[in-house]
Structures are given as structure tokens and as C-alpha cells.
Design a protein around this ligand. Sequence first.
Ligand SMILES: [Zn+2]
Ligand SMILES: [Zn+2]
Length: 363
Amino acid sequence: MKAAVLREINQPLLIEDISIDKPMPNEVLVKTKASGVCRSDLHYIQGNQFHELPVILGHEVAGVVEKVGENVTYLSPGDTVVGCISIFCGRCDRCLEGNPALCLRDPMWGLFRSENDKPKLYKDKEIINQFLRLSSFAEMMLIHENALVKVDPEVPFEQLALIGCGVTTGLGAVLKTARIKAGSTVAVIGCGGVGLSAIQGARIAGALRIIAIDTVGSKLEMAIEHGATDAISATSSDLVQNVIEMTKGGVDYSFDALGIKQTAEQAYDIVRPGGTATIVGLIAEGVKIELDGLGFMDEKRVQGSCMGSNQFRTDMPRYIELYKQGRLKIDSLVSQKLKIDGINKAFDDMKTGGLARSVIVFD
Ligand SMILES: [Zn+2]
Ligand SMILES: [Zn+2]
């Protein structure tokens, strides 16, 4: 099968012919239909996060079940599925107390192949690593059933793919991690796929004021179209002061969709006393965030959010229903569709920053 392989940090992905194994028990072979290109993938290309190489990136994906392994009763060939990095074991403390996105993923519990098993992905004798248990920049994927959810086959694959990471991350950060109150004031830093989804989450939850912050004018326009009530260019040096003045003391909830030291700190600085900053974007390994300690006396809070605190098997079908009802816009988040050969263009465009989401489509 054709796949985009990362062999060297900061180098273009190479389109290669890769072999994929048959499903072992509890595994599912999925034909990839659409895969979004997410900023987290870029972090690994740029070496901000480390992964064993060579690896097939991609983790925002929808496809169709081709074949199921032994013991798989939840899915059958022909089912439309969305993949999620939040694979769950269903029996650890975190899973059982309702936080499966934080599953302990004990290797003893059969979620992963062992070293003695045949590799899932390989090229002749070389092992190709699987990324976040998905590796969706490939024509086929071999995924544990607990990283898949069966979804409505009527929805286009590109939109379904975006539900698989960006939409769930942004929407979930607002609705599930922060659980914002109706009538509150919200600010979202970074208006790409995740930020625009957070803005929509705030709109759906009944926020009174939603302030979008970005450096790119076209993204701020999109933010307004997706529910923001105010838009501020992040290039202004007095960004924090601006937000504090326009809200008379700061926002109730802020969301940093970018995961950069500066934006995470700004997210904290713009919340009012008693407010909560939620860091949604993936912060590069080793980066330390500095916060003004006095803010804690004002009961300001800062918290992380892992993939929108998802329980994806129940959340994603609900988000898809919101889309079908027209309350969640996803069509407009699909900025361009490319074939797998165009994958490096997708990353170049991401670095330039003008697009919400590029989606790789497969036949
Ligand atoms: Zn992602
Ligand atoms: Zn678990």
C-alpha cells in the first residue's frame, strides 16, 4: 500500500510502498478514506516531539472496515469508522472513573502487539513504526478496536475525519474539560481547526461573548463566521491589556489552541479572578510555562485538556449529530483536499498559517 513515511526530522515525507499485516485478535483492518493534517503531526516532523523513525504519521481519520480479527464483535466489514488516539482499556482506574482519554494503557492488557508479534507495518525486513496506534497517512490502517468508533455512514469522510481529532479536541475542551457556563465570556487563542471548534463549542454552550485571537486576518474572519463575537489580532503587543479592558477585568474562560509558551501564558493572563485557562494545544517537550504567582491568590486556574477529555465512543456520534443539525460547522473547516502525494504541500501550507485544515483523501 501507498503511505507517507517520515524517515528524517525536518525532511519531506516520502511516499513509499509499505506492507501491512493481517488483523490479530481485537484488531481491525481499515481502508483509509480521509485523513486530516493536524499540527501535532507537524510537531513530530519538526522534532518538537520525538518518535522512533521511520514512522507513518497521521491520526485524524475516517475509513471503512475491511476485515476484523478474532474476538471483534463491535465492528464488521463495511462499517464506517472514525479513529481516535484515545485508545482505552476499559478496566483501569481512569477508564472506570469515566476518564478513558487518560487510560493507563497497561501493555499487559492486549492493546498493543508485543515485540514477539509480527510488526503491523513493515517494508521488506524493516519495521515501520505506527503513530499513536493509527498511522493514517496510508491507504490502509491496522487499528485496535478500542481506538475506533462506528459512525453514521451518511456523513462525508472528510468531515468525519476532522471529528477524529481537531473537532473533538476543540469542542471537548469547552464542553467537557472546562464545562463552561451559559452566559460566560470566553477567549480562544489560535483559530485553526481546533480553535474554530472551541469557538463553536462556546457558541453551542451559550457563551455571551466569544473573543477570537489570531495573527491571520482570514482566520479571524472565519472565527466570526463560526460564532466569535469579537476578533483581535494577536500581533498587537498589548493583547493581554486589550482583552482585560474590553471585558472589564478578563474573561471567565480562555483556551489556548496553539500550545506555545507565549500563548499559554497569555491564556492565563487574560482570565479574570476566579477564571480558568485551558491549555489545549500540544506543548513541545521540555517547554516550561511561567505564570504570575499572585494570580493564584485571585483563584485563577490553569488546566490541561487531553483530546477534549473525550469518551469518544459516545462523544463523536453526538458531535456528528450536532453537525447534521447544522449547529456544528465542519464543511467550512475543510480548506483543501489533497491526494497522499500532496502531503508535503499540506504541511507547507500549515506553516504559512492561512488554512483551517487540509485533508488527504483516498479512493
Ligand atoms: Zn491532532
Ligand atoms: Zn484504561
